[in-house]
Design a binder for this molecule. Structure first.
Ligand code: SAM
Length: 251
């Protein structure tokens, strides 16, 4: 865990992410590059890891056991995870605890926005069949999924969550990249993008984008966003048509 450097970041109120994992070496991984990596270097957020195995109680450093009730696979032990979570909380302070799991509520842009506006996040990364439910309940962990598919571990899912939050921290995205116009912000998927060359392999950029007529461009983009949302995402389209002004709030 941390040294003095991170503690002072905590004191300054910098957004802090802590990954509880059996594979600390998987961090920062992609988060050490590009936007998130630059922001990390600039001290706009902090990233720490807690090695769950360090809290194992036996000489074999066991963190899992077979499931009560039988069945395949192993389950991460409540007592081991509890100690890891306590250590992380002591270090990071009052930060929400999230457990990445396909059983969780699917991550949305609005939950990302809320988490990004808070003090940070402790993210518990599962392995094997997952974590003993009692320790999740005891710590009030929020269960979050990154989609309807099963990964082999929670580390990639945690990185997805952290990346989505970090780019919304004030100062992380430059003026060239605004979050306001993106997919989900108005309850719609985003319109398509085009750049130079204007003509490429016989494919032309839509005329309106070359017109310089800002009102027409805005209207065209809105139409495109509505069309793609209607075609691909019945759930978003339903919410949007029910209340076009507010539907971004639920995403
Ligand atoms: N037995 C679990 C189930 O069927 O729901 C899957 C366990 S998975 C092999 C191991 C770990 O990967 C999980 O504990 C979780 O932390 C992570 N994981 C897998 N898929 C995920 C997803 N879609 N969203 C978030 N985390 C996921």
């Amino acid at each position: 865990m941390t040294g003095e450097g991170e503690k002072s970041a905590f004191a300054r109120g910098v957004w802090r992410a802590v990954a509880l994992t059996l594979f600390p070496e998987m961090f920062p991984g992609p988060l050490g590059h590009s936007l998130a990596g630059q922001a990390l270097e600039q001290g706009l957020w902090t990233l720490e890891t807690v090695d769950i195995r360090a809290f194992a109680r036996d000489k074999h450093r066991t963190v899992d056991d077979s499931p009560f009730g039988g069945g395949a696979g192993m389950v991460m032990r409540a007592d081991v995870i509890d100690e890891a979570v306590r250590a992380a909380k002591e270090q990071a302070g009052d930060v929400p605890l999230v457990y990445m799991t396909p059983r969780g509520r699917q991550l949305t842009q609005s939950r990302v926005r809320e988490l990004a506006q808070g003090p940070g996040v402790l993210v518990l990364c599962g392995r094997y069949e997952g974590v003993d439910q009692r320790v999740l309940d005891a710590h009030g962990a929020e269960e979050i999924s990154v989609g309807d598919y099963v990964l082999s571990g929670g580390e990639l899912a945690a990185q997805v969550l952290m990346d989505a939050c970090v780019r919304l921290i004030p100062g992380v995205m430059g003026s060239s990249a605004s979050g306001e116009d993106e997919s989900f912000e108005a309850g719609l998927l985003e319109y398509p993008h085009f750049t130079r060359p204007a003509s490429w392999q016989g494919r032309e950029v839509p005329e309106v984008l070359l017109s310089g007529h800002h009102e027409n461009i805005r209207a065209w983009r809105r139409e495109q966003a509505e069309a793609v949302t209607k075609e691909r995402r019945a759930d978003l389209w339903k919410a949007y048509t029910a209340n076009p002004e507010k539907s971004g709030d639920e995403n």
